[in-house]
Design a protein around this ligand. Structure first.
Ligand SMILES: C[S@@+](CC[C@H](N)C(=O)[O-])C[C@H]1O[C@@H](n2cnc3c(N)ncnc32)[C@H](O)[C@@H]1O
Length: 336
């Protein structure tokens, strides 16, 4: 079956998609360095040319649209509900952040880098006593924990996630008010929050949802409130050929071009008060190395195809940033 699927998928979706699916379907765990090299290394020009044009431009949206018919919520849950024990094998031990860290010095470990990021974002949020603060897509409660360390206030910290495993983890370890709910479709009480922030969840907001959600969040903030958003987005305006590969890892999700996100937030009334750009690549490599170092344990927790999916996910994402197709941005948006 596997040898048959490869040419079929290459014809429909292009060689990168077919190649990745072929690797993931391998009955054996993938070898670390050859996989990293294969995905991130330079390819012959002829191969790059084919990949750059396949699927053909007029077919990209129809193919993606067909993939995006998959339930968006189930797609997100499928990624995050793999197993908390599995994520613990490669994320930083202190916070379990599943987002880009700040490797400020060459000798920084993943733990140092996630602490740097947490401190950086704390500064952007600038939490004050009794501020009502909401995190959109709160993961394992990492940033909520950092805010709590700073303010000592648990009552006013809220989080939303689409992962049942993360809700359970938060209940067990953190005790913040974390709800299983979709931050895109839910209703918000007007002018309720002082601060809203999101770290690595905006990537799941599909293009047509961006502007309506920006308006909803604007209305949910008190006057003078702020929204902090750490997200990555597509730099080219057009859909590039390998966008389809993201469906392997996040079925039903597709990001928006940077320009459209700016237009949506400014159109909702926000003022962009601060903006910085960060490098995701060292974090992706650190997660890859941690997963490889814990390969035996990982294979006791998940099946070989899940292991292979993550082992390809990190180099694929590394390449996306290395090729300048995506950009990791942190914004402070103010509501006047
Ligand atoms: C990459 S993780 C980041 C988690 C956390 N912010 C961190 O820094 O580690 C993305 C999170 O967003 C959540 N998420 C994505 N789309 C969502 C939606 N529409 N509604 C609620 N949560 C969502 C996922 O469940 C997950 O918790």
């Amino acid at each position: 079956m596997r040898p048959l699927l490869f040419p079929l998928e290459a014809l429909i979706y292009g060689p990168p998609y077919a190649g990745l699916m072929n690797l993931i379907r391998s009955p054996k765990p993938l070898e670390a360095e050859p996989t990293w090299e294969l995905i991130t290394g330079d390819k012959p020009l002829a191969y790059e040319l084919v990949c750059g044009h396949w699927p053909l431009r007029p077919l990209r949206w129809p193919l993606l649209r067909a993939k995006m018919k998959q339930d968006h919520v189930l797609g997100i849950a499928a990624h995050y509900d793999v197993s908390n024990d599995f994520y613990e094998l490669f994320l930083d031990k202190k916070y379990m952040f599943y987002t880009c860290a700040d490797f400020n010095r060459e000798e920084d470990t993943l733990e140092d880098a996630q602490q740097n990021k947490a401190d950086f974002i704390l500064n952007l949020i600038d939490p004050q006593p009794n501020d009502k603060i909401l995190e959109l897509g709160c993961g394992w409660g990492s940033m909520l924990r950092r805010i709590h360390q700073h303010t000592g206030d648990k009552e006013n910290l809220f989080g939303l996630t689409l992962s049942k495993e993360q809700v359970a983890y938060n209940e067990k370890h953190n005790g913040f008010q974390v709800e299983f709910d979709n931050f895109i479709t839910r209703d918000y009480q007007p002018e309720f929050y002082d601060k809203i922030y999101s770290i690595g969840a905006w990537e799941h907001v599909r293009p047509k949802e961006v502007a309506p959600l920006a308006k909803k969040l604007y209305a949910a903030l008190k006057p003078g409130g702020r929204l902090v958003n750490h997200f990555f987005c597509r730099l080219p305006e057009h859909l590039f050929a390998t966008t389809i590969c993201s469906q392997i890892y996040f079925p039903g999700s597709i990001g928006s071009p940077y320009r459209d996100i700016v237009k949506a937030f400014e159109g909702a009334g926000f003022r962009i008060a601060q903006r910085t750009i960060h490098d995701y690549r060292p974090t992706l490599r650190a997660w890859f190395d941690n997963l490889v170092a814990n390969r035996e344990r990982a294979l006791e927790i998940v099946d070989v195809h899940t292991y292979n999916r993550y082992l390809t996910f990190f180099p694929v994402s590394w390449r996306y940033f290395n090729d300048g197709l995506g950009m990791l941005v942190r914004w402070v948006l103010e509501k006047p």
